[in-house]
Unconditional design. Structure first.
Length: 164
């Protein structure tokens, strides 16, 4: 009987494959585009029932953003206060200043952007809704203790809602 030696399979050299994978990962990371993602802070709608009757009807300020216009609605019925073209967005800020004078305790506004309304326009509307854009103009606001103070903030709590 002759003895045959059973040949052992050769060991795989994985070093070149691992080198290629690490170089590939390096090029993948270097060619990736890193973008900044911005987030707009928003509060969820609050629903509550109360036995107290307010002195005035609730403001329920709603800004409906359609095409190139902004429809400002107030009240529970959604009465149209004014329709403003987006080109004249400074008029929105002026209107909100007048509304804030009538409702100094109110801090929230509902935004209803249309399906194709551009993101940068939404940001512009939010900027005009949150603060007074004119220098040296103030409105009075009321804190938790019912004390009035001067401020440049208008409606800084933005609530997003979808359109039907």
């Amino acid at each position: 009987m002759s003895k045959r030696k059973i040949a052992k399979p050769p060991k795989l050299n994985l070093i070149p494959i691992l080198d290629a994978i690490f170089i590939f990962i390096f090029f993948l990371l270097m060619s990736a585009q890193f973008i900044d993602i911005y987030e707009i802070g928003s509060d969820a709608p609050i629903s509550a029932s109360s036995d107290k009757h307010p002195e005035k009807d609730p403001l329920n300020l709603t800004l409906v953003l359609k095409n190139d216009s902004i429809v400002v609605k107030t009240g529970l019925n959604g009465d149209v206060k004014k329709k403003i073209a987006f080109k004249e967005i400074s008029k929105l800020n002026e209107l909100l200043i007048e509304i804030k004078k009538d409702y100094p305790k109110e801090t929230s506004a509902i935004l209803k952007p249309g399906k194709n309304f551009k993101y940068h326009k939404i940001v512009n509307v939010i900027d005009n809704t949150r603060e007074i854009r004119k220098p040296n103009v103030f409105v009075s606001a009321v804190d938790e203790n019912n004390k009035k103070y001067a401020t440049t903030k208008l409606f800084d709590q933005i609530i997003f809602e979808t359109q039907n």
